[in-house]
Write a protein that binds this ligand. Structure first.
Ligand SMILES: Cc1cc2nc3c(=O)[nH]c(=O)nc-3n(C[C@H](O)[C@H](O)[C@H](O)COP(=O)(O)OP(=O)(O)OC[C@H]3O[C@@H](n4cnc5c(N)ncnc54)[C@H](O)[C@@H]3O)c2cc1C
Length: 381
């Protein structure tokens, strides 16, 4: 089905992103997997291409596109290359940029946004802790007032871009015993005394992604690094998480569709019993099912993109898009792997790597169970 969500400007932008990826990223995917990260050069090249400043005002080196559809186009194209690329860059140009542009003072913007747009400062956001990620209100990292600043102690885990990050948005408890009402957000810069990074975590999939533990031991954070309002960090996260979830939905589906397209080519070519694999009725019906599932889901995701661009996307609709696309992605990739037979289980085949990569999308950015919790609560339960 023809999609109507994007106009000529976004189509031209998509072409430029594809060209950038062909030139600067795709030739290096093997290296990215080996080094568990994308390397500074890629970040700087993406910054130079204007991909990291979609949210950043022009005065700070960005393009402030002012239309979420550009973010969605970029996320789709990154996810079509691989999921790690989409997650690492989206956390930076979309998620962190969202916090750093909407909650910051002009002085903070002048300090952080130019590096964000140029790729000189890689950003990460650290909410999850070893003791739990779903129950954010129970987080334990503490920030105690000291002099004009804050003394930060605690640890975070599973942080995307964590190892390479120059600037980390950290959620910490500022009022003990106050639950969700006692959490604040801080920017912690790499190199600050007491802030250390653990190893790059060894994951089931996405070897290209840098995912790390972060440790804060008596880190002195200056008062001017508080992001947003004191004790309102939980509220700030709840306002910003739908952005992360619609981005996840865009990425989940684009990733699955890229592999489905490749599989359609494969099953036309691969023969068994003297005919193309895809032409057996079982497989033909399966492919019809997958293509329908992808297109119908796309219609919902596109509506979410439009709603988010208009500032109207609800947290509940973002939760629906996030869990449903993660499930659809899992169904599509599992079937695509099966259709590749033994080759589908070989790491040299993209479908095998994509299948492993995709398992995480039902867990991160709020697990599918937590998404259903949000939807269920909205239903009055
Ligand atoms: C590769 C990767 C990258 C990530 N990147 C980041 C990042 O950049 N920043 C960040 O802050 N975090 C990040 N995360 C963390 C991620 O958001 C958490 O893993 C996720 O929120 C789940 O938290 P948890 O792992 O502590 O699981 P838990 O909270 O311990 O949950 C375990 C299981 O219990 C289920 N569960 C929990 N509560 C309920 C409930 N009320 N009802 C039903 N089931 C429930 C969960 O759905 C899950 O299945 C990342 C994770 C991964 C794997």
């Amino acid at each position: 089905m023809r999609r109507s969500v994007y106009d000529d400007d976004q189509a031209a932008f998509r072409d430029s992103v594809r060209e950038f990826l062909r030139r600067e990223v795709i030739p290096h995917v093997g290296e990215h997997a080996e080094q568990h990260g994308f390397g500074r050069e890629m970040w700087l090249a993406a910054g130079k291409q204007g991909l990291l400043g979609l949210e950043v005002p022009e005065q700070y080196g960005g393009s402030a596109a002012g239309d979420y559809r550009f973010n969605a186009v970029l996320t789709e194209e990154l996810a079509a290359v691989n999921l790690a690329l989409a997650s690492s860059l989206s956390i930076h140009f979309d998620v962190c940029a969202g916090y750093l542009t909407s909650l910051t003072t002009p002085e903070q913007q002048a300090r952080w946004l130019p590096g964000l747009a140029s790729g000189e400062q890689i950003a990460a956001i650290a909410m999850t802790e070893p003791s739990g990620g779903s129950d954010l209100a129970a987080l334990r990292t503490s920030a105690v007032p000291e002099g004009s600043g804050w003394r930060l102690n605690g640890s975070k885990t599973f942080i995307t871009n964590g190892y390479s990050a120059d600037l980390v948005i950290v959620a910490a408890r500022t009022t003990p015993g106050a639950g969700a009402r006692g959490i604040s957000l801080f920017a912690v810069e790499a190199g600050t005394e007491g802030f250390s990074k653990g190893r790059r975590l060894d994951k089931v999939g996405m070897p290209e992604a840098d995912t790390a533990e972060l440790v804060f031991e008596d880190v002195l954070v200056p008062a001017e690094n508080l992001i947003g309002e004191l004790d309102r960090g939980f509220k700030h996260m709840m306002v910003n998480l739908p952005r992360e979830r619609v981005g996840a939905a865009v990425s989940n589906l684009a990733h699955a569709r890229a592999i489905l397209d490749e599989t359609l080519v494969y099953v036309k070519d691969r023969q068994a019993f003297g005919q193309a694999i895809g032409s057996f009725q079982h497989n033909k019906f399966l492919l019809a099912d997958l293509v329908t599932r992808a297109e119908v889901t796309q219609a919902y995701v596109d509506q979410c993109v439009v709603a988010h661009a208009a500032g109207e996307l609800t947290a509940v609709d973002a939760a629906k898009a996030k869990w449903f696309t993660a499930d659809v992605q899992g169904q599509i990739l599992d079937a695509c792997l099966q259709l590749h037979g033994g080759y589908g289980y070989m790491n040299e085949y993209r479908v095998a790597r994509a299948w492993k990569d995709a398992r995480v999308t039902r867990i991160w950015a709020g697990s599918n169970e937590i998404m259903k919790e949000i939807i269920g609560r909205d239903l009055g339960f």
